[in-house]
Design a protein around this ligand. Structure first.
Ligand SMILES: Cc1cc2nc3c(=O)[nH]c(=O)nc-3n(C[C@H](O)[C@H](O)[C@H](O)COP(=O)(O)OP(=O)(O)OC[C@H]3O[C@@H](n4cnc5c(N)ncnc54)[C@H](O)[C@@H]3O)c2cc1C
Length: 410
């Protein structure tokens, strides 16, 4: 009761209204932090209902888990996910090549189904009374007039606010509308395929993601103590995929292609692919290496909408969560909207671009196309991984924290 009163008072003081476009990962997280900053937000999502089974699984790295902790959601996410403190690498014959930490000492990443992560954050937003409207696909944005910003939706309805936050993912309509000439998402030349086998075909991998440099494709998997397993395969696919042709390809056809690509690798890979009798997800991998401006007038971009990260670094969700808390702090502490957005961009852009570039570099090491390249990799990788095993060279990614109470200045 006391909390409720103090939040209302803050809102009355701040009195601004935000339109949030997209209820994926960063949309509800941004709404929750804005609420703490005393700003009311409504979330508008294009899907007609929650898509809790869309997508496969993702890593929420230690830096993302730290943001979830600030939202009080760390426990719920860890309980539903799989805390993975290390990644162990092998070649296609399962010869051990080395291992690296996934996170900082004592702060593992959490691998979780994407749907469970989005649902957990969205449910918290709903629990705190943040309205979420489904079936609201952003079509146009009007700036100025009777209200600072108006969102126009495909169903003919409109919503007005003081500012609009584009949380609408890599193919962001918000970005296209405010920056029609902005760089397009860039295709990385790889596909990410994956699934969840119906039967456990390998022993549990406590706290560990197993990574295998196969002869023709890269394979990663984990098996929970319950036997539930997740796997992915990264496949080189030169030339931008034809979306229609991809949609027309059945899971059975992908299964056969993946079995062929992994035919010379350890049998457990084929066993896992065969045991996946349900859908095999296939996603062409894109990223956004650099976006010159992150805001325009009363509109600002966050998450994949402005800096989509390829999945190789396991940072997509975490970078988006970092954006959410930093943006809300800027709006809390800097009264002028343009200055707040500029500060948010200044605090986030360099780090995001560095992570996007690092992730793309990691992806390029995953597939060696010749026998000689594979031989060199198997020789050098243990040395390289040995150097990394206990080094703190990735601490700049994982140890990044954003204390909510620390003030932001212009
Ligand atoms: C269906 C789906 C499956 C995914 N699967 C994986 C995966 O298996 N592994 C992985 O690492 N990453 C996956 N991702 C990407 C990952 O979730 C994001 O990289 C990351 O977490 C950043 O989150 P985000 O909130 O910025 O974007 P997203 O999570 O992509 O959320 C964007 C939201 O905006 C909505 N939206 C889009 N356009 C409009 C519009 N015009 N109007 C209103 N709403 C709109 C979308 O429906 C979506 O709910 C997936 C994303 C999606 C959308």
């Amino acid at each position: 009761m006391e909390n409720h009163t103090s939040r209302s008072d803050e809102t009355a003081l701040t009195g601004r209204k935000a339109l949030i476009i997209g209820c994926g990962i960063v949309g509800p997280a941004t709404a929750l932090f804005l609420r703490r900053a005393g700003i009311n937000a409504t979330i508008y999502e294009a899907q007609s209902e929650p898509a809790d089974y869309a997508g496969l699984f993702l890593n929420t790295a230690a830096n993302g888990v730290s943001v979830l902790k600030t939202l009080g959601l760390e426990g719920a996410v860890s309980a539903q996910g799989f805390p993975a403190r290390r990644m162990v690498f092998a070649n296609g014959s399962l010869k051990h090549l080395g291992e690296v930490r996934n996170g900082a000492e004592g702060h593992p990443g959490v691998v979780i189904k994407r749907g469970l992560l989005t649902r957990t954050i969205r449910d918290e937003a709903l629990r705190q009374g943040i309205p979420v409207q489904f079936g609201k696909k952003l079509k146009e944005i009007r700036i100025g007039g009777a209200h600072p910003v108006t969102a126009c939706f495909a169903d003919g309805t409109e919503a007005t606010g003081d500012f609009l936050v584009g949380c609408d993912g890599i193919h962001s309509r918000t970005r296209q509308l405010i920056f029609p000439h902005a760089p397009q998402p860039s295709y990385t030349g790889m596909l990410s395929c994956g699934g969840m086998p119906q039967d456990a075909t390998a022993p549990p991998t406590p706290g560990t993601m197993q990574m295998i440099f196969g002869k023709q494709a890269f394979f990663g998997y984990l098996v929970k103590p319950t036997g539930e397993a997740y796997w992915f395969s990264n496949v080189a696919w030169p030339g931008e995929p034809d979306r229609e042709a991809f949609r027309a390809t059945t899971s059975e056809e992908w299964r056969q292609r993946l079995l062929a690509l992994h035919r010379d690798d350890a049998p457990l890979i084929a066993q896992m692919i065969r045991a996946t009798t349900g859908e095999i997800g296939v996603y062409p991998i894109y990223d956004i290496p650099s976006q010159p401006a992150w805001h325009k007038g009363p509109v600002v971009l966050v998450g994949d909408a402005v800096h989509a990260v390829s999945p190789h670094a396991g940072q997509g969700a975490s970078m988006a969560l970092e954006d959410a808390i930093v943006l809300a702090k800027c709006l809390r502490d800097i009264p002028d909207l343009a200055q707040a957005f500029a500060r948010y961009q200044a605090l986030r852009r360099g780090r995001a671009e560095k992570v996007v570039a690092a992730s793309r570099r990691t992806g390029q090491t995953k597939v060696a196309s010749t026998a000689m390249a594979r031989w060199c990799r198997d020789l050098l990788m243990p040395v390289f991984l040995g150097l990394f095993a206990n080094s703190r060279s990735n601490d700049w990614v994982y140890s990044y924290t954003v204390p909510w109470d620390e003030k932001v200045s212009v």
